[in-house]
Design a protein around this ligand. Structure first.
Ligand code: EPU
Length: 415
């Protein structure tokens, strides 16, 4: 079992390049199934979830060639196989196989998706969308069975704003006859990224990034070349770590607008954030002010940064409230932070953080991806040595974490 060891208390200094967005990559790879020719995806992050998805496509019969951060996918020989094994069930984003295979083959059998345990994560809005497009959906033996003799565009109102449902419906609708309108759609940058790929393949998509998306499907789609947007959550994690260690770090190759909800909160705490065209510089200082955050769909504060941000708030003067409006149970990192000396109480969806405690190293367990990132931030800021177990969760979403942090002056190693 691998562990991450961190000798904390060293300010981070320097520049760090940000990889391609995990949550775009995990939608773009299955989206390539919709094309009848070769698609090349650039700026792919080297993370475990992406490797798992590459393997899934190979098992479906696609030729998948990885060259550095570029992936060439030839799906011409793709077969319609049931995808219900353990690797599919491990991955949250495997639900995109439903929309992609439904669009390509008119049918699909996909195991119920896994991913981080953040409380109930239903997929009823995905199913509502597929049914509106004309699919029959049956749940049997732990898998979803979808069939559609003919996919036809429809008007779909999402009862819950969902990134996954918005993208999944876009995937299936890209090969449906006529126009699909998604109302109350999610507006995350990753949705625009997927819409860009689907448009390059031949679908006509308008309104991605707003809450009404129109998709005019096409009977057949062609491969294309696409470069993934930067990972705003990876960038945000390094920005938070810079502030938590009272360092001075520039995250490079980012779209600053995507990080505005975080930059605004860092500034509210008294931290300097300087913006350039493609980079953001965070300069920490002693004595931060406590702030409250409420996670919301984009452009609100992202739930995926809530956990690392909690580790920063421990160092603020006063009491901060962190409310997660997206997931009911995204506070499993709190018990671990408690072992490191934090004073946090969780009531329902809200964590109350009494700032000003000094963190000390301890043995802690990552139980989910961003909770793991929160422990890394805490370990970097703490005195003494922190030992993090459950590293496989962190490897799902952060490329070269130790290498990037070491280049900023951190003492972090894997045993
Ligand atoms: N929801 C429903 N019904 C649905 C779909 C969602 O009730 O059919 C609820 C969820 O339970 C949740 C809320 O709606 O309370 C939002 O869920 P959403 O569908 O937007 O989440 P997701 O698509 O499953 C993606 C990211 C998550 C990120 C969320 C929110 C991927 C693979 N995952 O999940 O990323 O937290 O959007 O931004 O894109 C992470 O990277 O650590 C991560 C968990």
């Amino acid at each position: 079992m691998e562990k991450l060891m961190i000798k904390g208390g060293r300010p981070l200094y320097g520049h760090v390049p940000i990889s391609g967005a995990k949550n775009s990559a995990l939608a773009l790879i299955p989206a390539t199934i919709l094309a009848e020719s070769v698609t090349v995806i650039e700026n792919l992050p080297g993370i475990r979830d992406v490797q798992v998805f590459e393997e899934i496509l190979r098992r479906l019969g696609a030729e998948v060639i990885r060259d550095g951060d570029t992936l060439r996918i030839d799906g011409r020989q793709l077969r319609n196989l049931p995808m219900d094994d353990s690797s599919v069930k491990k991955l949250r984003a495997s639900y995109y196989l439903m929309g992609a295979m439904l669009g390509r083959f008119g049918e699909a059998v996909v195991g119920m998706p896994g991913g981080c345990n953040l409380g109930p994560r239903p997929i009823d809005q995905h199913i509502k969308g597929f049914e509106a497009l004309g699919a029959q959906v049956v749940y049997k033996d732990g898998s979803i069975h979808l069939t559609a003799s003919h996919l036809k565009g429809a008007r779909i109102y999402l009862d819950v704003i969902s990134v996954g449902a918005t993208i999944n419906i876009m995937l299936a609708a890209s090969r449906a006859e006529g126009v699909t309108v998604i109302e109350n759609a999610a507006k995350e940058p990753e949705i625009i990224d997927v819409a860009t790929l689907l448009s390059s393949m031949g679908a006509r998509i308008k309104g991605a990034g707003t809450d009404v998306i129109r998709i005019r499907g096409k009977r057949s789609l062609q491969g294309c070349r696409h470069s993934i947007i930067p990972d705003r959550i990876e960038a945000g994690t390094y920005m938070i770590a810079a502030a938590a260690t009272v360092g001075d770090v520039t995250v490079e190759n980012v779209i600053p607008l995507h990080l505005e909800p975080l930059s605004a909160k860092l500034r509210e705490m008294g931290i300097t954030v300087k913006e350039s065209d493609e980079s953001l510089r965070v300069i920490g200082k002693e004595n931060y002010q406590a702030v409250d955050i409420k996670t919301l769909p984009y452009p609100g504060f992202p739930t995926d940064l809530q956990q690392p941000f909690t580790s920063l708030l421990i160092q603020a003067e006063g009491t901060s409230l962190v409310t997660d409006n997206i997931y009911v149970s995204r506070f499993k990192h709190v018990d671990e932070l408690y072992r490191m000396g934090a004073d946090i109480r969780v009531e329902g969806r809200t964590a109350r953080i009494r700032g000003g405690s000094s963190l000390h190293g301890a043995t802690v367990r990552a139980t989910d991806l961003r909770g793991g990132a929160a422990l890394v931030v805490a370990g970097l800021a703490a005195t003494g040595v922190t030992e993090i177990i459950g590293v496989d969760h962190i490897d799902r979403g952060y490329e070269n974490l130790e290498k990037k942090l070491c280049s900023l002056g951190a003492e972090i190693w894997r045993v």
